[in-house]
Design a protein around this ligand. Structure first.
Ligand SMILES: NC(=O)c1ccc[n+]([C@@H]2O[C@H](COP(=O)([O-])OP(=O)(O)OC[C@H]3O[C@@H](n4cnc5c(N)ncnc54)[C@H](OP(=O)(O)O)[C@@H]3O)[C@@H](O)[C@H]2O)c1
Length: 363
């Protein structure tokens, strides 16, 4: 019987955070996915195929922690199928989410990996569901659909800036309209709440927040983390450490380093560190307490702007709003009596004038 169709479902995983990726790891993952797809494409160039399907991964479209090599190899397949279709050939690359199969790639996922996916609303697809989606993808006709079982409500429970950017628009609010525990309070609220507490309660509140977030990341109940133990002993690796850093950054509004949980190895030490930054007990420069929450709000705004899907946004309207905000803010500064540059120059020494010119020109 002549060859009339191809289904390329080969693949291997070699997960590691970006800094631990190796050329060998990439080569193995690339060979099974991308090279194999390219070889099949070349070998059948002269044939009239009715079907050329690649089992790709949603990791290539949405990103997936620890899977940069796998995402790249799948993205190659997605592009190859688009290119085949542009040439009028058969081509379909399905970006699959997690399958519920005994064995296979999903079997290599740890409980923490599964918990991470489930936390973002991705559920494992049954074989029947997957097959029905494959038929639907075939009928739909798009060269690169993404097929995953996603619960938008669970997704909506996460702070917007921790959701995969492509899924932000899909998230629906929780039925109560209130953020869930994992969405947490707004960073400025947290700093304000802490400042209003006595120091020992601040520490306690932060330890509880850290344990909740750590349990979330590891997919455990918070109660199981109430006893001490270092993050390493609790099972944190480089990937989950970065994830905990991200959720704590979102909850506190602080810019935190990726090695945070290794620099401050347990919840107590980390709470001490975060407490010092969020609600310093003494030595705070005058005005700093009022300024810090504002700067944190601005950092949030900066994050939102840098991760906004610019192609779907009225950029001129946003720019106009920002400019109007800035000019109002400058007017507030002028009317509050802060000395203007002109006034400062009138009473400055020669050195001060030269210093001012250097700063203004960014020399
Ligand atoms: N399972 C999931 O949740 C999931 C999610 C998204 C996408 N996918 C994609 O769906 C496909 C099937 O996944 P699966 O879970 O069924 O994985 P699987 O059971 O591990 O199957 C992968 C197959 O690829 C073959 N293979 C590996 N390296 C190869 C190479 N260099 N040349 C030829 N064959 C090679 C393996 O053969 P041997 O057994 O002989 O090594 C195995 O039969 C994969 O492409 C995967 O990326 C799966």
């Amino acid at each position: 019987h002549p060859l009339t169709g191809i289904v390329h479902a080969a693949g291997v995983l070699e997960d590691a955070v970006v800094t631990a990726q190796t050329p060998e790891g990439l080569a193995g993952v690339w060979a099974a996915k991308a090279t194999a797809a390219a070889n099949l494409h070349e070998a059948t160039r002269e044939m009239r195929l009715g079907m050329f399907v690649v089992f790709s991964s949603a990791a290539a479209t949405l990103g997936s922690p620890g899977q940069a090599n796998y995402a790249a190899a799948n993205a190659y397949c997605d592009a190859l199928m688009r290119s085949r279709r542009a040439e009028g050939r058969a081509g379909l690359s399905v970006g699959w989410g997690m399958w519920q199969v005994a064995g296979g790639m999903a079997a290599g996922l740890s409980d923490t990996d599964v918990a991470r996916l489930v936390r973002f609303g991705v559920k494992a697809m049954s074989v029947e569901h997957g097959m029905a989606l494959l038929d639907a993808a075939h009928r739909h006709g798009h060269p690169h659909p993404v097929a995953l079982d996603l619960d938008p409500r669970t997704l909506a429970a996460h702070p917007a800036d921790t959701r995969p950017s492509l899924l932000r628009g899909l998230a629906t609010p929780t039925p109560t309209g209130r953020p869930t525990a994992s969405a947490g309070a707004r960073p400025a609220d947290l700093a304000g709440r802490l400042a209003a507490l006595p120091p020992s309660d601040r520490h306690h509140t932060l330890v509880r927040l850290i344990r909740e977030q750590a349990a979330n990341v590891l997919g455990h109940h918070t109660d199981s983390l109430t006893t001490g133990g270092t993050f390493k002993e609790l099972g944190f690796d480089s990937l989950t450490a970065v994830e905990l850093r991200n959720t704590l950054s979102a909850a506190t509004g602080l810019r935190l380093p990726s090695g945070l949980v290794f620099d401050y190895p347990d919840a107590d030490a980390l709470a001490e560190h975060l407490g010092g930054q969020l609600a310093p007990e003494d030595g705070t420069p005058a005005g700093q307490e009022a300024t810090d929450p504002l700067l944190r709000e601005l950092a949030q705004l900066e994050n939102a702007l840098s991760s906004a899907p610019v192609e779907h946004i009225d950029a001129d309207a946003v720019t106009a709003r920002l400019e109007s905000l800035l000019s109002k803010w400058k007017a507030v500064g002028a009317s509050s009596g802060s000395t203007s540059a002109k006034e400062q120059l009138q009473v400055a020494t020669t050195d001060q004038v030269l210093d001012f010119i250097d700063k203004e020109l960014g020399v």
